[in-house]
Write a protein that binds this ligand. Sequence first.
Ligand SMILES: C[S@@+](CC[C@H](N)C(=O)[O-])C[C@H]1O[C@@H](n2cnc3c(N)ncnc32)[C@H](O)[C@@H]1O
Length: 272
Amino acid sequence: MSGGAGRVERAAVGHDESIAAQRRWWDGEAADYRAEHGTFLGDSGFVWGPEGWTEAELSLLSPAGGMPPAPVLEIGAGAAQCSRSLRAQGVEVVASDLSGGMLRQGQLIDAIAPDHVPLVQCDGARLPFAEASFGTVFTAYGVVPFVADSAGVMREAARVLRPGGRFVFSTTHPIRWAFPDVPGVSGLSAHQSYWDTRPYVERDARGQVTYVEHHRTLGERVREIVAAGLDLVDLIEPQWPERNDQEWGGWSPTRGRVLPGTAIFVCRKPLA
Ligand SMILES: C[S@@+](CC[C@H](N)C(=O)[O-])C[C@H]1O[C@@H](n2cnc3c(N)ncnc32)[C@H](O)[C@@H]1O
């Protein structure tokens, strides 16, 4: 959560209002976000979340542990670090994001990196790609926590995937919504209902939404996946590794030793 609000509340926000706020927020924060997290992510790194587990360690995109079936689409790619990591291994990949500012950060990396990736600006819940055009779709903390219509994200991933292809996404673990979003020990005392799925909203003095995050319970996530026609292959709740002593907002070693911070859903489009 952004932490820089005028007014904070838990209240319903629709898809279009949410998208407009996200685009403004990520455009405005893009350079600072990269300055703060760029080293942790790596210009060509593939990190699934604040715990620091990489795709090379978890092998979630490919059942056999080799390269993921191509072409690969990343949604909510930010500066496209994950896509660049795949590209460096010879994988055909397209990186997409809602925010032109975040994609611009990707272009700045591309100006000095050997492995460029094609960039597309779009909403991950409304993809401008044909049916069955990708072998793999994924996102590491992009799109899913930020959209009102997360069921639409599942449907779109299913639509653009080929039969047998995987959609893998990491997002905030739903249990975190019961706890204060702070990294220290006070973040270990549950203070609100896990089942309250109203989004977290920040508004400016005029009442305009400046930032929003959306919550689903685990059961709701599973139901959205299944309703989109995808199979849920695995749900990873990665433990905090001893090697990582860095905090990322409310994600920290202190909390990570006790509570899951990230959920990674591994889904598959059934064979026709
Ligand atoms: C936390 S970043 C994750 C990206 C990258 N993995 C990283 O760690 O920097 C979230 C990204 O999701 C993007 N995003 C938010 N809502 C989106 C949407 N509806 N469609 C596509 N991208 C979206 C933001 O612009 C941002 O780049």
